[in-house]
Design a protein around this ligand. Sequence first.
Ligand code: SAH
Length: 435
Amino acid sequence: MKKNEIYTVECIDDTNLGSGVARIENQVVFIPRAMKGEKLDTRIVKVDKRYAFGKIEKLIEPSQHRVESACEVERLCGGCQLQYMDYPAQLDLKHRHVSRLFKNVNENIEVEFPIGMEEPFYYRNKAQFPVQVKDGQVLMGFYRQHSNDIIPCKECKIQSKEINEIYQYIQEKIRVSQAKGLRHIFIRTSNTEAQVVFIGKFENNFKPLINGLTAKFPQITSIVFNKNLRKDNVILGDQEKVLFGRNYLIQECLGNKVELHFKSFYQVNSSQMEKLYKTAIESAQLSRDMTCVELYSGVGTIGMTVSKYVKKVIGVEIVKEAVANAKRNCKLNNITNCEYICEDASIFAKKAKEKGLKIDVLFVDPPRKGMTDQGIQDIVCLNPKQVIYVSCNPDTLARDLKVFEKEGYTCSVVKPVDMFPQTTGLECVAVLKKD
Ligand code: SAH
């Protein structure tokens, strides 16, 4: 196989990241944006020892699931890796990928078909738009893939319509004097409220913009300035000043009101989140006499719902703003059997073991990197009868399930929920029981 040569191939497989897989002269070739079953001409762009990479030169027999993307910057931004296929094909791709992944952990694991969305666009409730001043002009939009260049665009197809409207208004009205020193504009929405956070090195005169925003969007209940002098790419800094209303937003989750500081984590797809938590809670066999622990509890969304079925819930979370929200949220919803602790999950587990805490069901919902082996050992020491592992990264979930299996926790079923249509992301609930 030679670089720059064109070959006619048929894709025999595809990858979870959105590449077709073909074979040329017994070597595997990955072709970004090609679909399984497609016949095409590919131009080879790179040949490594084990793999080669090609690009689509001409589609000869396109898949019936291929679609024109509706987004003008789809290829530049790179946020939606799967927009070139229709939604049923996206779900099918994700299902095949996780089936393979979890059968590799234990071939008895049942991997259900992902629960999808009816309308797989305009779903995100949070956006962080980078802002720069360049050549006397304000640039606001999305980063070009793998760079810090901003590509301005009018609309994002996976953000809520309301976020798009607020974004467009700011993009139109913001002046150079207001954008200087700004790094990001954060917008979060719930079904009744909206919040805007200006994140930058110094506070400008945002008054005219704030007056305009609050007049046009009466649902805005919070505008904040967050000072960030950091040298790295962490978006939020430590200091905040409320410029309008309050520093939090009210969301609603499974009938509970949820107070949410802008630093607190919240699932970005509210309607799928409810399906995810319902799935997690229904998968646990809960009863009135049980004590449950929720590690990585955020603002308490899972625990508050679980609390209705059990005796006691203890939530553990490291971000202090989120713990403060969780405590207030229990009061707001008249929940008295939840306790929230601000602590590293691992330290909590050690202390709980020393105290001899008895746990029936443990819910765990870690960030993308998953758990550490030590973290899993800590859980194993606590000896819960059931573990419900909620994960936004199937790869780290599969890795962690292998460790749990060695420690005597068997996973019977994985239930995926598609929180991130158009992208390669997938959320999963894994149900583990002690042998
Ligand atoms: N269950 C919540 C939050 C899940 S996100 C929800 O669905 O809304 C993961 C959470 O873990 C975040 O809130 C993050 O702040 C928290 N976290 C990250 N590292 C942690 C650690 N070492 N100990 C405890 N919590 C941690």
